[in-house]
Write a protein that binds this ligand. Structure first.
Ligand SMILES: [Zn+2]
Length: 391
């Protein structure tokens, strides 16, 4: 597969109807209703607030691949990538690559497992339960729907599709963790079992492809065992499961760049799945060479700012994503004040030679909104704190 070509295709053919971060059932329903006949759409059940949860099935092969997106309602990037995938599969169904995929695999995707959380733009469902901590209790209708689905399908591979905050970085000096992965543990000792190893192999393949586009920006999630997480539970049933985390491409708060990279990763993992039988000995080394995700980023860091009372210090600003009258707003708030040497800002600016003109209009404390900073010299346009009214 030529991934540069695939990226070019994606840039000009992705599904226009989905854009930005606030993706709800009302946005995907018309797309589900109009999918070509290659795709079978079926209702699995309803959420707490009675919104439909659908699955999309395609292909007729023996290898069962199951994936779900927006289990956390405000993690919509992978949902956008799934609809782009459906479009690609249909456009290219006559090609050798796609027809082989469809002959070898049966794909089942739940594009929005938590439609109530999606509507409210929250991680949790309408009963305030984190569905990715409910794999054992199965206290929520959405959890039962997923459990019933994987019990019926008996998947050979599971794709657990998520999005991560802007706070994650990888490497030294740290770069943004634009995409992160995990092959979850299946016991407290984090044993590298055969099932985990398969997940690691698939992740290593995707990482190798992604390095061409985002060198040094792929992270590996902490593999601490938690049986309440769906991935850990599936892995314990010896079903290789891969956690995808769509992260922050610097400057792109709409997450359109990581959408493209998730789309490419999906194609790459399918390619790997169909070729897995050719590998006799799977190695976990390439997987463990991916740097671990660290919480080391802020949206903005202002260095050496001279504040009233506090003196010269650093200030970190983080956007709070807040849904106001159906529109997603990014509200800049002070997250840390102090020495931030070990941290990186997606945007940074050193104020050591600047004088702050509106210091008295801002309350310099954690949680305070900071809309504008006026100084005696003009700040670069990249330093604008206005990110409101994203879609
Ligand atoms: Zn998540």
């Amino acid at each position: 597969m030529n991934y540069s070509f695939l990226k070019t295709w994606h840039d000009s053919h992705k599904v226009d109807a989905l854009y930005g971060r606030y993706i709800t059932i009302n946005k995907i329903q018309p797309l589900l209703d109009n999918l070509p006949s290659l795709f079978k759409v079926a209702l699995l059940g309803y959420s707490v607030e009675n919104r439909p949860i659908d699955k999309v099935t395609f292909g007729s092969g023996a290898i069962q691949v199951l994936g779900w997106s927006q289990m956390h309602g405000n993690e919509s990037t992978t949902t956008k990538a799934l609809f782009d995938l459906f479009k690609y599969i249909d456009d290219y169904k006559e090609t050798e690559f796609v027809s082989t995929l469809l002959a070898m695999c049966t794909f089942t995707f739940v594009p929005m497992l938590n439609p109530d959380g999606a509507e409210a733009y929250t991680r949790i469902n309408a009963n305030k339960v984190d569905l990715n901590r409910d794999a054992q209790d199965l206290s929520q209708p959405e959890s039962l729907i997923l459990k019933e689905l994987y019990t019926n399908i008996k998947p050979d591979y599971c794709l657990n599709l998520h999005g991560q905050r802007t706070i994650f970085g990888v490497g030294k000096p740290a770069k943004s963790a634009i995409i992160s992965f995990l092959s979850p543990s299946q016991d407290e000792l984090r044993t590298v079992t055969q099932s985990r190893k398969i997940g690691m192999h698939l992740i290593a393949d995707m990482n190798e492809m992604l390095q061409e586009f985002i060198p040094g920006c792929v992270g590996r999630y902490d593999d601490g065992f938690n049986i309440n997480c769906v991935g850990d539970t599936l892995q314990q049933n010896n079903i290789p499961t891969v956690l995808f985390e769509a992260g922050h491409f610097p400057g792109d708060y709409d997450r359109e760049e990581s959408r493209t990279l998730i789309f490419l990763s999906l194609i790459r993992i399918f390619e790997s799945v169909t070729m897995l039988k050719m590998h006799k000995n799977l190695s976990s080394n390439s997987y463990f060479s991916i740097p671990e995700n660290q919480k080391c980023f802020f949206d903005y860091i202002i260095r050496s700012i001279k504040l009233p009372q506090l003196g010269t210090t650093d200030v970190a600003i983080q956007f709070e994503e807040s849904l106001i009258n159906g529109i997603l707003n990014f509200i800049p708030k002070i997250n840390q004040i102090g020495d931030l040497k070990g941290f990186t800002g997606h945007v940074e600016y050193d104020f050591k030679d600047l004088d702050l003109l509106n210091a008295d209009q801002i309350s310099w404390e954690i949680g305070a909104i900071i809309e504008e900073i006026q100084t005696n010299k003009e700040l670069p346009t990249t330093f604008s704190l206005k990110r409101n009214n994203l879609l």
